[in-house]
Design a binder for this molecule. Structure first.
Ligand code: AMP
Ligand code: MG
Length: 403
């Protein structure tokens, strides 16, 4: 077992374990939002499928309209109209025009369009007060070309990409099955909300904050409830958990007599590392139980969230083969001082303003104060042995991804 790893070393070990191949499933578009593509997607169509108009106006021959102006309008004969989806079947000859609406194909014979705002209709004729031009014609394939790959394996299906897949003509998408992530809380003192809180008890918040983080990272949380600090109970729960791609436990990985998670994993699995030189989250443990990777998160609510974000989220991204990074980094000016720690990389919680490029402390930075994660939107990263004073530039990891 390795111990006292740096954050970078620990992350490398965790990522190395994200090797398994997730099965692929095929979903209709309406169920594919937020999933990760398992195939490259080429367009089945050209878009537009032919030259079409980006404006409402009149299609005609540019040479007929040269020099058209308010003083010297050009008069054309209107031989038909064509809304989007109803192409004009004929051909536009000299001195003729067809009324077109946005998205309609440019009729045969025409090579230019004049905006409706620059015209006046008079019965079956139209007066043009400006020359027609081709600048508002969208050439065939301007947006999408048939056969070209626009979305790739590993791309997260964001709203824009889901729309793009539909525009390319795909009704169903092959995506990776969401990784199943077990969430197990440990601790004699941990009680489900809704039950009366005994003296010395604490409500199980970790299960729900972790559930949210797992969902946000593209995983499928499997809530395993809570077990007391008894090795048999922990083991029994792990055995009944069913197939998982990752197991998260919270609590029970510190030094104490009652820290059973570590003991059970030492005895029945293989502890790969224990303790990382960071704060919060120093007692983090990473193990294997059979083939199952286990992240033993410390029980303190802030520690469990921060360690999942720093290690669990990248693990899931790697497993899913995602092309986007698990989190971004930026620099911001500290509006408040931030305190570092001796020999440890520190992740303070901050309120980041991307617009202002500033970050301030959420206040009480104790790892038991969950409000810092509820109202903070960023981690302020301090290298070992370094404080940051007010006005200084600091490294920041936004908790919602800022590309
Ligand atoms: P541990 O890591 O087990 O030593 O727990 C550290 C602190 O986190 C203790 O104060 C626990 O009561 C608290 N804690 C542990 N598990 C949870 C949980 N599921 N929800 C909220 N607090 C917890
Ligand atoms: Mg405990």
């Amino acid at each position: 077992m390795r111990t006292n790893l740096s954050v970078e070393e620990a992350l490398e070990v965790v990522l190395e374990a994200a090797q398994g191949k997730l099965p692929v499933e095929e979903l209709p578009l309406k169920e594919a939002f937020g999933r990760v593509l398992a195939e490259d997607l080429a367009s089945l169509v050209n878009h537009p499928d032919q030259d079409d108009t980006a404006i409402d106006g009149y299609a005609c021959r540019a040479e007929d309209t040269l020099g058209a102006s308010l003083e010297r309008p050009v008069r054309l004969k209107v031989i038909g109209e064509s809304p989007a989806g109803r192409p004009f079947p004929g051909e536009v000859g000299r001195g003729e025009a067809v009324a077109l609406y946005t998205g309609a194909p440019i009729p045969k014979g025409a090579d230019a369009v004049v905006r409706v705002e620059d015209t006046r209709r008079e019965g079956d004729e139209v007066l043009l007060f400006a020359p027609a031009s081709s600048k508002d014609i969208r050439p065939k394939g301007d947006d999408l070309r048939r056969g070209e790959v626009y979305l790739r394996r590993g791309d997260l299906l964001t709203p824009g990409r889901l729309g793009l897949a539909a525009a390319m003509g795909h009704p169903r998408l092959r995506v990776f099955r969401r990784p199943r992530v077990g969430v197990l809380s440990t601790g004699d003192e941990v009680v489900e909300p809704g039950e009366p809180l005994p003296y010395g008890g604490v409500y199980n918040s970790n299960a729900y904050s972790l559930m949210g983080l797992v969902l946000e990272a593209g995983g499928k949380p499997v809530l395993l409830g809570k077990v007391p600090d008894e090795p048999e109970a922990v083991l029994a729960k792990l055995e009944e958990a069913g197939p998982l791609d990752l197991l998260l436990t919270s609590g029970g990985v510190s030094m104490g007599e009652y820290d059973v998670v570590r003991k059970v994993l030492e005895r029945h699995g293989e502890v790969v590392f224990w303790k990382v030189r960071q704060q919060p989250g120093g007692p983090l443990l990473f193990a294997r139980l059979g083939g199952l990777p286990v992240l033993g998160l410390p029980g303190n609510p802030v520690s469990s969230m921060v360690t999942f974000f720093l290690y669990g989220r990248p693990f899931l991204f790697r497993l899913l083969g995602r092309t986007d990074p698990p989190y971004g980094r930026m620099r911001a000016r500290a509006l408040t001082p931030f305190k570092g720690a001796k020999g440890k990389k520190v992740f303070r919680r901050g309120v980041l303003s991307v617009a202002e490029g500033t970050v301030r402390s959420t206040g009480n930075q104790s790892s038991g104060v969950l409000r810092s994660m509820a109202f903070g939107n960023a981690l302020v990263v301090l290298p070992p042995d370094q404080d940051a004073s007010e006005g200084e530039e600091v490294e920041v990891i936004p908790l919602t991804f800022v590309p």
